[in-house]
Design a protein. Structure first.
Length: 409
């Protein structure tokens, strides 16, 4: 079978129309996890043989409540496979393969082992699986984005402009029956696909709507695409990235790894994306900063606009008192932001009750795209409680407090 995978007579006659999809619909959380795996593999190719991840980090990053829930999450993901078909001059080849062959949970770590087919996707030697460009498929939010890229844009044969009937475009995007109104089709499919292609490939495309006549009420019948291919050459040294690294190098343990990570994200999302997420963390403590930075880049925390709402630095007699102060704040916030209640249902090391039994310098951290907590206990100096909330929630709480003060004045 390996001979077929690497057969030059097949590989050299592959046409551009390659179709990929998951055997079962994947969730937003699963796609986020796959993106995380991709970045870990690219930054350390040896991890294709065995990837080790910290369980508490994964539970927090994915917004899960426990290690048991992560185990269930990973089990479901292993049951989802990649479907593909490739057209060649001699015929069509179709198949299915899994991404993860097995995983082992041990202590606070999870070891993940990948299938041979998935490893071939990253091989320097050209093969059927490397042609799939699976990294683009994973990073693009929807399958129709990859369909537009693979079946239309790559097939443009260096044309700078071409026009497609709307009906044909919908067939290519597997969306013939999804949206009758063009407004809905454009909003939910076309705009998203164009954004994904411009973000995650070396093509930049624009489109123009063509109507059946000159009247405003005439129907849109075709889409005109203009395509520009950027000839990006991987750069080992980038002055802009180096300057961004200067902002954090004293707060990270592996500057070289972080530089490579900045380079990857800059190629995928642009320099501004990286800088905004560095800036987002500028007021965070240096403790575990490298982990926070990786997480911010993965989740684009800068876009979520989480801001510091509770900032307590206070000497407490016991960790139980620290826990009481924290719960008073959480219970108040819950009135205006019920999502903070997720903390009441976390288990294991993420259980808030653990704080009552903290020893000197113990830390509790929780973070997702909707809230962030940082608690550190000190037995002989000021302990710390920091709670980050979305900006609109903070404004809502402040307005409610102001109204209450006006009522009682």
């Amino acid at each position: 079978m390996k001979d077929i995978y690497f057969s030059q007579s097949i590989i050299n006659t592959v046409k551009n129309d390659i179709n990929i999809d998951f055997s079962k619909k994947i969730t937003k959380r699963e796609r986020l996890f796959l993106k995380l795996l991709f970045f870990k593999i690219i930054s350390n190719p040896k991890s294709l043989n065995k990837l080790e991840i910290e369980l508490n980090e994964m539970v927090s990053t994915l917004g899960l409540s426990s290690i048991e829930e992560f185990q269930s999450f990973l089990k479901k993901l292993t049951e989802k496979h990649i479907l593909f078909d490739i057209s060649t001059k001699s015929g069509k080849y179709s198949g299915i393969f899994a991404l993860i062959s097995s995983f082992i949970l041990s202590m606070n770590f999870c070891q993940i082992f990948f299938t041979e087919e998935f490893k071939y996707c990253f091989s320097n030697k050209k093969n059927i699986f490397s042609l799939l460009e699976i990294e683009k498929f994973i990073f693009m939010e929807d399958a129709f984005s990859f369909n537009l890229y693979s079946n239309i844009i790559k097939m443009s044969d260096n044309k700078k402009e071409f026009t497609l009937p709307l009906s044909s475009l919908k067939v290519y995007l597997n969306s013939t029956d999804k949206y009758k109104r063009f407004f809905d089709f454009e909003k939910h499919i076309l705009k998203k696909a164009v954004f994904d292609i411009n973000t995650f490939t070396d093509f930049h495309i624009k489109y123009r709507k063509i109507k059946s006549g000159i009247k405003a009420s005439n129907k849109i019948v075709s889409i005109n695409f203009t395509i520009r291919k950027s000839k990006q050459i991987p750069i080992l040294y980038d002055d802009t990235i180096y300057k961004m690294l200067e902002l954090v190098k004293d707060r990270v343990e592996n500057p070289e790894e972080i530089y490579n990570l900045f380079l990857l994200y800059s190629l995928k999302r642009g320099h501004k994306y990286v800088y905004d997420n560095i800036d987002y963390l500028k007021n965070n403590s240096s403790e575990n900063f490298e982990k926070k930075l990786k997480r911010a880049l993965l989740l684009d925390l800068a876009a979520n606009k989480l801001k510091l709402y509770v900032n307590i630095n206070e000497t407490v007699k016991s960790p139980a008192m620290l826990h009481n102060i924290l719960m008073q704040n959480i219970n108040f916030i819950k009135t205006y932001y019920p999502k903070i209640d997720i903390l009441q249902y976390t288990t294991g090391s993420l259980n808030l009750k653990n704080i009552r039994f903290f020893k000197d310098q113990d830390v509790f951290e929780f973070s997702n795209d909707e809230l962030e907590l940082y608690i550190k206990y000190h037995s002989n100096k000021k302990s710390v409680i920091k709670i980050y909330l979305p900006d609109n929630i903070i404004k809502k709480i402040k307005k409610a407090r102001q109204n209450n003060e006006n009522t009682h004045s």
